[in-house]
Design a protein around this ligand. Structure first.
Ligand SMILES: C[S@@+](CC[C@H](N)C(=O)[O-])C[C@H]1O[C@@H](n2cnc3c(N)ncnc32)[C@H](O)[C@@H]1O
Length: 270
């Protein structure tokens, strides 16, 4: 059988050789075809090959597999029907607008924009929006909203899966709500964000304060964050600290009963 794997960092023949030499040693893997431009490997193997082991080997070598499953496929169509989410997005946008300059010439990126609950609220006040998300189904809902609301779609760039795919050269403000806990390598993401932000630009991140894992039914890379650790990471990336506060509390029915989850807002400047 054949399995296609999308991998990061595979840029040259040397990378392909390294990958081939390692993966072909796994019992049951008998062929690898690499496409460097598409960052894709097509692996010929028996059904017994454990794909988790293959992924672990790739990660060990520095070529982590990119997970292309649309994790929000089942949630996208009903996403905006949840009043708690809508209220959370409104509180976040209100605090951002109160704290940092949002001007008619501002180019704003919403990272992990989903259906646009956060980013679209800025549309009347900014020059352009860059809406980044790796879920095709969330972006589909967003695009329909943009059409239904008759927003100027020329001022909106839809980007998927990641910041590396955006055409806009730089942005002045980056906002991101409830997405960082889905990101395995937050240090790399912050590096990419820093590179795309103009000097003097701002980043505003909202997410869950460290929790016991009961917020999600499924596993996610981070069960919330220690805000101080995240601030330290921001400053290591080069950002200057502006603000860190608890801006919202989510009451949610979990498998452990009803629980309250505080959410932090961190704002930093380049
Ligand atoms: C909890 S939702 C939040 C959506 C939106 N910010 C909101 O407040 O309604 C997280 C979003 O992040 C997106 N996401 C997760 N991992 C991502 C990644 N590595 N790159 C881009 N988007 C990602 C998901 O597809 C999803 O739309």
């Amino acid at each position: 059988m054949k399995t296609t794997l999308n991998v990061e960092n595979m840029q040259c023949a040397h990378c392909v050789n390294t990958i081939n030499n390692t993966l072909l040693k796994i019992n049951g893997v008998y062929g690898i075809e690499a496409n460097i431009a598409a960052k894709q490997l097509v692996m010929d193997h028996t059904p017994e090959v454990d794909l988790n082991r293959v992924n672990a080997k790739l990660k060990e070598m520095g070529y982590p597999a990119i997970d292309t499953t649309d994790k929000f496929e089942d949630k996208a169509s009903g996403w905006d029907q949840n009043a708690r989410r809508v209220a959370m997005a409104e509180s976040f946008v209100r605090r951002v607008m109160e704290t940092i300059p949002i001007l008619p010439e501002t180019r704003l990126m919403d990272f992990g924009c989903g259906t646009g609950l956060v980013g679209l609220q800025f549309a009347p006040y900014v020059k352009s929006l860059v809406m980044v998300d790796n879920s095709p189904s969330m972006l589909e809902v967003l695009k329909k909203k943009v059409a239904d609301l008759e927003l100027n779609s020329e001022a909106i760039e839809f980007v998927s899966p990641g910041i590396g795919d955006m055409q806009t050269s730089a942005v002045d403000v980056i906002v991101s709500s409830m997405t960082f806990h889905h990101i395995e390598d937050t240090a790399s993401l912050l590096g990419e964000m820093y590179a795309k932000l103009t000097t003097g630009g701002y980043i505003a991140i909202a997410d869950l304060v460290k929790e016991d894992g009961s917020f999600h039914d499924e596993e996610v890379p981070h069960n919330g964050f220690d805000e101080h650790d995240l601030c330290e990471l921001l400053s290591k990336t080069g950002f200057q600290f502006v603000l860190c506060e608890t801006f919202n509390r989510i009451k949610k029915e979990t498998r452990k009963g009803e629980k309250e989850f505080p959410q932090f807002l961190i704002i930093a400047k380049k």
